[in-house]
Design a protein around this ligand. Structure first.
Ligand code: FES
Length: 522
């Protein structure tokens, strides 16, 4: 509805512009020739007053702070990114009337989501934050921004889902626990930024579209054959039959644990996709299943590597061992040693073996030899970082859940956990003081560390997302078994990991390893 804005054309004649206040809003009136324009006075870039800008030919206003240029008629940014809001104007004699009414909520929603798409394509976190805040201000659940982003980047996932998806349910959980709107938004923005980071500049990789009736055995066989089209056709059929994620999860878990897949990532992802679908619902079910299947199909099968070949033999011969097992029995053993020691306890309860392995993995984390994270003079095979240790914890958490509904998968899960323990042996040392890392109150420690993640200060999303996932996995395991034998060592290990700055750029190592590599080329 048009209303008098409290200004006349005669008033604009002298300076050509006037700022009128309406509540918190500042409306800039600008005369250009015989036309009058009304627009928001705050520049959409950093908020400086457009009233101080320079009016050029063709009704283009330049914000002189950073040179963004706006078409006054449409508000479009001719230079810069975001448009400025304009208001309809009518002139009645000398009086200026402006329609300040907000557009319908649905239009604001669509505008915010379109702006989010553009911001993500630019990997521009500032604009992602603003568009998500706009969506919320228009009365919508800000989590829709994340569901929208998951769909938007879906076809750009050449290798399937990434850590951005896997960490998303934990960021959402942190967001939901938040005590203020700022904290809630801060946590929600993390997976958005991570998705944009992971898909920046990526091409399009459409998913095969076939469909056939759900058949879990045939689905697992298709996954084993690395046949993405066949595997997805079963998934599409299941969706067509109205099946939900929990219906498919047992088969997905079987496919994930059929191999030591991508350093255990596949099993972690099977758990995390379920948590994400629980939180965001139907809109992300199909895209997440497709992205997960693609990741599972193309995951490395690391048990084929020379160092892990004992895994298959041990799994095939799994049974007949009755020796009690504790973490101390596994610490310091190689892959072969851990597999052998574990098979001697194959008939013990899975929980006993799980506790022992988790304790040994926690010991490794607590005793990681930092030189491997820091040094520039080692070979490529020794490019080991904290994340090579933390995945044992998140993998353990995932398989405990997956094996709760597929107990037949316990042997594979335990032996893969054993691979984590054994593979990290060369990179730990008992010769260090670890007393300072002891935690007396695990629950308070986890909550305190989670609270720090709202403002973690790291650029690469992969760093914060791993800290978060480890904390949620630890919280979950502590809730399940608060008096388990591994609690002390795992908490101390996580404390050391979270509070030891990682070295994330290895310029000199990169140069040395590149020269050594090239020197051996034919
Ligand atoms: S504040 Fe206007 S261009 Fe930066």
């Amino acid at each position: 509805m048009f209303e008098p804005i409290g200004a006349t054309r005669a008033e604009l004649a002298s300076r050509g512009r006037k700022v009128v206040r309406r509540g918190a809003r500042q409306v800039l009136l600008i005369a250009a020739g015989d036309r009058v324009f009304a627009l928001a006075n705050r520049c959409p870039h950093e908020g400086y007053p457009l009233s101080e800008g320079t009016l050029g030919p063709d009704c283009v206003l330049t914000c002189d702070w950073h040179n963004w240029k706006f078409d006054l008629a449409s508000g479009a940014a001719l230079v810069g990114r975001d448009p400025v809001r304009t208001y309809p104007v009518v002139l009645r004699g000398d009086d200026i009337f402006v329609d300040l009414a907000d557009p319908p909520a649905e239009r604001l929603r669509l505008r915010a989501l379109a702006g989010l798409d553009a911001a993500m394509a630019d990997n521009d976190r500032t604009r992602m934050a603003r568009e998500t805040a706009r969506l919320e201000r228009a009365g919508f659940d800000a989590r829709e921004a994340l569901a929208h982003a998951i769909v938007a980047v879906h076809e750009h996932l050449e290798g399937g889902m990434t850590h951005a998806h896997a960490a998303a349910p934990d960021w959402l959980a942190l967001s939901e626990r938040s005590t203020s709107a700022d904290l809630r938004l801060a946590a929600l923005l993390e997976p958005l930024g991570h998705l944009a980071w992971d898909t920046l500049g990526a091409g399009r990789f459409p998913y095969p579209a076939g469909e056939r009736d759900w058949d879990p055995a045939a689905f697992v066989a298709a996954m084993e054959a690395e046949d993405e089209a066949a595997a997805l056709s079963f998934v599409h059929g299941a969706l067509g039959q109205g099946m939900s994620y929990p219906d498919l999860r047992p088969a997905l878990a079987e496919a994930a644990l059929a191999h030591y897949a991508d350093f255990g990532h596949s099993a972690i992802y099977v758990l995390k996709v379920g948590q994400l679908v629980e939180r965001l619902g139907e809109p992300v079910l199909a895209p997440m299943l497709e992205a997960l299947v693609r990741q599972l199909v193309y995951a490395r099968r690391e048990e084929r590597l020379p160092g892990f070949r004992g895994y298959g033999r041990t799994l095939a011969a799994w049974s007949g061992g009755a020796r009690p097992l504790a973490a101390e029995d596994l610490i310091g053993l190689s892959v072969a040693g851990v597999l052998k020691r574990l098979s001697a306890s194959a008939d013990r309860a899975p929980r006993e073996l799980f506790d022992a392995l988790l304790g040994a993995a926690g010991w490794n984390l607590l005793h990681f030899q930092l030189d491997y994270d820091q040094a520039a003079g080692r070979k490529i095979a020794d490019n080991v970082s904290w994340l090579d240790f933390t995945h044992a914890l998140t993998f353990a958490n995932a398989v405990r859940h997956l094996c709760a509904e597929r107990s037949d998968l316990w042997p594979a899960a335990l032996l893969q956990l054993a691979l984590f323990v054994g593979r990290n042996r060369p990179y730990v040392t008992a010769d260090q003081n670890v007393d300072d890392w002891r935690i007396d109150e695990p629950a308070a420690f986890v909550q305190g560390e989670m609270a720090r993640l709202y403002d973690h200060g790291t650029v690469e999303p992969i760093i914060a997302c791993h800290r978060l996932k480890v904390l949620f996995a630890l919280e979950d395991e502590l809730a399940y078994a608060p008096a388990a034998p591994w609690v002390g060592v795992v908490c101390a290990g996580v404390n050391r990991y979270l509070n030891t700055p990682p070295k994330r750029h290895h310029g000199l190592r990169l140069a040395r390893q590149a020269r050594a590599f090239i020197a051996q080329e034919g």
